[in-house]
Design a protein around this ligand. Structure first.
Ligand code: 4GW
Ligand code: MN
Length: 344
């Protein structure tokens, strides 16, 4: 009888013990994965900026919006280090005086295409570059256009050179955009190694609106797309069709980068452009084109060749986008374009 009583007691404490462990485990899981256990309903509209930007931090050298309370919210893009410990450049994360000294004598190229109607964007871009881009450093503008005669040379500071190159206008605008990669494979091998140390590649339908200097230089540098800096990786606009060489599987990729500004050492851009051009050609053989043309190939390359420096959306902004309150300096701005007017 006594033995039975004892047995029942041990059995009971076993059950209670297991229950307690299970409840503790469940609670731990809920805390850790609160966003999975209590998902936010799709139809619920949330004012993210109000919810998360209530707090801001003021340091002596910088002021940044802070995201608070966010569990199911992508915060990574507001950090100052990537998961592989490359710096993400925001206002206040660098000392320009020190860097200007460090990069004294460095030669920097700016590569742009201005074909057909996009020639109208060239003069404002170059004029704004004279005000804000690599001021005080040696700069060569590499301009590729089908309208060399129409180019208005801006008033340039000492140590700055404008190179004009003739390029044929492709039949389709998608090919113009992608042609940039092919031209890069040639120039980064043949000419640029003797002329510049770093190359910055940019869209032409942009203007510099604030300082863009040597803080953006690095071996391989890419800019977070301003339309995706708060997006979860599943929403990134990567090419998702397996048949394309630009394919990026779900679960891979860190940021969605925009092809409107990237750069690096000349030999790194050579490697990048060769890889992207190879992908573009391979896709053409199969009669396909990546969803966002060379931007898709660029993104694929950067998933497997991590940039050594990442630029925050301060370095590509578009005033028509939401969440501008996170972006203190809008350094490189998309020009509003009448799509009908600049249609190919
Ligand atoms: C639609 O009719 C067009 S035309 C879309 C692009 C066009 C285009 C692009 C063009 O006629 N001429 C040109 O030189 N481009 C170059 O490709 C230019 O450097 C431009 O910045 C780049 C990428 O095109 P985009 O700026 O229109 O691309 P998104 O929409 O990503 O800014
Ligand atoms: Mn553009």
């Amino acid at each position: 009888m006594q033995g039975n009583w004892k047995n029942m007691l041990t059995a009971r404490s076993y059950i209670i013990g297991t229950l307690v462990v299970f409840i503790l485990f469940l609670a731990g899981f809920c805390i850790q994965y609160a966003d999975l256990v209590f998902p936010i309903k799709q139809e619920q509209t949330i004012n993210w900026s109000q919810k998360f930007a209530e707090k801001s931090v003021e340091l002596e050298h910088c002021e940044r919006k802070l995201l608070v309370n966010g569990v199911s919210f992508r915060k990574m893009a507001l950090h100052v280090l990537t998961p592989w410990l490359a710096p993400i450049i925001w206002d206040g994360t660098y000392n320009i005086k020190t860097l200007d000294r460090q990069y004294n004598g460095t030669r920097i190229g700016l590569f742009v295409f201005a074909v057909k109607k996009y020639i109208r964007f060239l003069q404002p871009l170059l004029e704004s570059a004279e005000r804000y881009f690599m001021v005080g450093h040696k700069v060569t503008y590499y301009v590729f256009t089908d309208k060399v005669d129409e180019v208005v040379k801006p008033k340039m500071a000492d140590g700055r050179i404008l190179q004009l190159h003739n390029v044929v206008a492709d039949q389709r605008w998608q090919d113009v955009s992608m042609r940039r990669m092919e031209i890069l494979t040639v120039y980064t091998k043949k000419y640029m190694p003797n002329e510049i140390d770093y190359l910055v590649c940019a869209d032409v339908d942009m203007v510099f609106n604030d300082h863009v200097g040597v803080e953006i230089l690095g071996d391989l540098v890419a800019t977070i797309h301003p339309g995706f800096f708060l997006a979860e990786p599943e929403a990134f606009a990567y090419e998702r069709r397996l048949i394309s060489t630009a394919y990026v599987p779900y679960g891979q990729g860190d940021f969605y980068y925009m092809a409107a500004l990237y750069g690096g050492k000349v030999d790194e851009i050579y490697k990048l452009s060769v890889a992207c051009q190879k992908g573009i050609t391979e896709d053409k053989k199969h009669y396909i084109e990546a969803v966002w043309q060379e931007e898709s190939h660029l993104n694929r390359y950067l998933v497997y060749n991590k940039p050594t420096k990442v630029l925050s959306p301060e370095y590509i902004w578009d005033n028509s986008l939401p969440h501008g309150e996170f972006i203190k300096k809008k350094r490189f701005l998309a020009v509003h374009k009448d799509h009908q007017e600049v249609r190919y």
